[in-house]
Design a protein around this ligand. Structure first.
Ligand code: SF4
Ligand code: SF4
Ligand code: FES
Length: 260
């Protein structure tokens, strides 16, 4: 949710405000209301500059949490555009509205009951087959995910491919907001990746061996030794640590192999 704040809160909300004389202000419309904001600001910073405070719809500010989905349109263009508010910079006369949450269907399931059978995904998300292959989802994705292809993979039961194609998904929901078939693509992708990770991906034997070694106390001695060290000793030990060279090959090993 976003609430509008008093003008006196602007400077604090937007961080250090640039010198007015050094900054070109451009007009934008936030939920229909006109504001003058500095050119070059992201939509998020511009909204904060205009006096809005993000209570929800803002997380990482770095394009990775997917919280700041935004819808906008430019003058003279019929086209509705979507973007992440923390990434997209403002343009003159842009009409902006925030979409911090998009209500979609998220199937309820007990993961331990699921196998890797595609039919289980079909049963949980039958709307998968409402996809009409319009590709509006892929065009909307700020992460460059080939959303339609990932959905097509799921439709043909290829969970591994759907998981691979959707790996960069940050669950912003922008694809869903544009979907003609009203699919919640990102929830389907999350399920695909869960199934892939837990049921399809081959287990790493060396990891299992290491977990066993930890359980059997292989590292208890060294950990206790480290815990009993003084801060200065720890810092010195850290400085002297052997660092893997950039050019190290696959078979590189440190001189001290006791803890491998
Ligand atoms: S696939 Fe959809 S939810 Fe995921 S990042 Fe792309 S647009 Fe956002
Ligand atoms: S927007 Fe919806 S209907 Fe269109 S291709 Fe993507 S998933 Fe299918
Ligand atoms: S705030 Fe996290 S993606 Fe924009």
């Amino acid at each position: 949710m976003i609430v509008e704040e008093k003008k006196s809160d602007r400077a604090q909300a937007a961080g250090k405000e640039p010198e007015q004389s050094a900054v070109k202000l451009i007009p934008v419309y936030v939920m229909g209301k006109r504001y003058e904001v500095p050119e070059g600001f992201t939509i998020m910073k511009a909204m904060e500059y205009a006096g809005y405070r993000f209570i929800r719809g803002c997380g990482c500010r770095g394009g990775t949490c997917g919280a700041c989905g935004t819808v906008y349109r430019k003058p003279g263009d019929y086209k509705i555009q979507v973007a992440l508010a923390c990434q997209k910079t403002v343009e003159p006369d842009m009409y902006i509205t925030q979409m911090p949450f998009f209500p979609v269907n998220r199937a309820s399931y007990e993961f331990s009951d699921l196998t890797s059978a595609p039919e289980e995904v079909f049963k949980l998300y039958p709307e998968l087959f409402r996809c009409v292959a319009c590709n509006a989802c892929s065009k909307a994705c700020p992460q460059g995910v080939e959303v339609m292809d990932a959905i097509a993979a799921l439709k043909r039961g290829d969970i591994s491919e759907a998981a691979r194609l959707s790996f960069e998904c940050i669950q912003c929901g922008l694809c869903t907001s544009r979907c003609f078939g009203e699919l919640a693509q990102y929830h389907m992708f999350q399920l695909a990746r869960r199934i892939y990770g837990a049921r399809i991906l081959v287990r790493a034997e060396h990891l299992a061996d290491m977990v066993k070694a930890v359980d059997q106390g292989k590292y208890d001695g060294i950990l206790n030794e480290l815990k009993n060290m003084k801060e200065d000793e720890l810092k010195e030990l850290y400085k002297q640590r052997e660092v893997e060279p950039v050019s190290a090959g696959e078979n590189w090993q440190p001189e001290d192999t006791r803890y491998l």
